[in-house]
Design a binder for this molecule. Structure first.
Ligand SMILES: O=C(O)CCC(=O)c1ccccc1C(=O)O
Ligand SMILES: [Mg+2]
Length: 371
């Protein structure tokens, strides 16, 4: 049976992070983003979340470009199309270049609706098998090493399975060394968000002393070639984040030896279908994967959890519990981490109910599109 969609609802939300989050690019405190809802005549509701930020620092997409692309292109492309399976959506959107986060938000709502119409959990619909997933935490750049150690201590005590530290030139080797000395048994990794170039190679090679689990995206956001040079000059596994937008990018990175690990983010690669294909290519080539995060609210978080149940997600992801980000999340129950794991919900679709009062309270704009 085709996925029947009667209308698409779009909401713009504004939520405030409990703690600001600082990367090599700047500080985030507010999240302005879209929730897409695909509704059928029976009243099933499928939800997707767009992960673009307000400014184009992580990728070229923004909340405003999402709005334009979803409203003026993606929804129109769905009209009059038969969708036999959510995998068809990627093909339907193929005539639009890029704008992967906008595409993923709409596709995600259709995946959730499809799973609900077929009484499957989103994990089952994707072919996932795990009942529990391992999770780590990503810690932003802190005002001092003391503050960082205190934050790390908090999350190690809470049971998170690995700690990711954001780094930038001047906040790297010495800082990571302190963390390593203070917490010798917890796996530690670093994420540079493209803050280095090959000219920094000796500073990056010094990190090999620290036995890090990996270094994420040290070089340019659009680079695959220089990462290959760097990987051959250092032992620490390189993990690519920003550089991988598609199966084609993943294939090139694998062929060039640009990384040993890939962080899959649903939004960055244009949806769950492409995420699955990247997962499969990595599995065939012995590349380990884990699920990245974009400081999502509950709906995006639930999608990440479902994806992580696929077998090649062998490393803990960045999908932390709701309370790490929000005073109140938009799903119920909220995402809870216990002993560094999240129990995968078994109900239909994303498996979490929407807290409609919370959703309304964060909504700043609503629109509906009849299909
Ligand atoms: O906790 C999370 O959701 C992940 C945090 C994180 O590292 C991140 C947050 C925003 C944008 C990019 C990144 C990243 O992985 O590079
Ligand atoms: Mg990253």
């Amino acid at each position: 049976m085709p996925v029947s969609i009667e209308k698409i609802k779009l909401r713009r939300l504004n939520m405030t992070l409990k703690d600001s989050f600082t990367t090599s690019f700047g500080t985030l405190q507010e999240k302005d983003f879209f929730i897409l809802e695909a509704v059928d005549v029976e009243g099933n509701r499928g939800f997707g979340e767009s992960v673009a930020f307000s400014s184009p620092w992580y990728s070229e997409e923004t909340v405003e470009t999402n709005y334009h692309v979803i409203k003026d292109f993606l929804i129109n492309l769905l009209r009059g199309k038969q969708i036999d399976h959510p995998d068809d959506v990627f093909e339907i959107f193929r005539s639009i270049r890029g704008n992967n986060m906008a595409k993923a938000a709409v596709e995600g709502a259709i995946w959730d609706l499809y799973a609900k119409q077929n009484n499957l959990s989103l994990s089952e619909a994707l072919g996932g098998t795990k009942k529990k997933i391992d999770v780590g935490i990503s810690i932003g750049i802190q005002p001092s090493v003391g503050a960082l150690l205190k934050t790390v201590d908090h999350y190690v005590s809470a049971g998170y399975k690995r700690i990711k530290i954001k780094i930038k030139p001047g906040w790297d080797y010495e800082v990571l060394r302190e963390v390593k000395l203070t917490f010798p048994s917890i796996p530690i990794m670093a994420d540079a968000n493209s803050a280095y170039t090959l000219e920094d190679i000796s500073q990056l090679q010094k990190l090999d002393e620290l036995d890090l689990l990996m270094i994420e995206q040290p070089l340019a956001h659009d680079d695959i070639v220089d990462h290959s040079k760097l990987q051959s000059a250092m032992h620490t596994p390189i993990c690519l984040d920003e550089s991988i937008h598609s199966v084609a990018d993943a294939k090139q990175a694998i062929e060039l030896g640009s990384c040993k690990i890939i962080n899959i983010k649903i939004g960055r690669v244009g949806g769950l279908s492409e995420s699955k294909r990247i997962h499969d290519i990595c599995q065939q080539n012995g590349i380990e994967v884990w699920c990245g995060g974009m400081l999502e609210a509950g709906i995006g978080r639930a999608h990440n959890i479902a994806l992580t149940t696929l077998p090649q997600f062998v490393l803990p992801g960045d999908t932390a519990g709701s309370e790490r980000y929000w005073k109140k999340d938009i799903i119920t129950p909220e995402v809870v981490v216990k002993d560094g794991q999240i129990s995968v919900p078994e109900g239909p679709g994303i498996g979490y109910a929407i807290d409609d009062d919370a959703l309304d309270s964060f909504t700043v704009h609503k629109e509906e599109f009849q299909l």
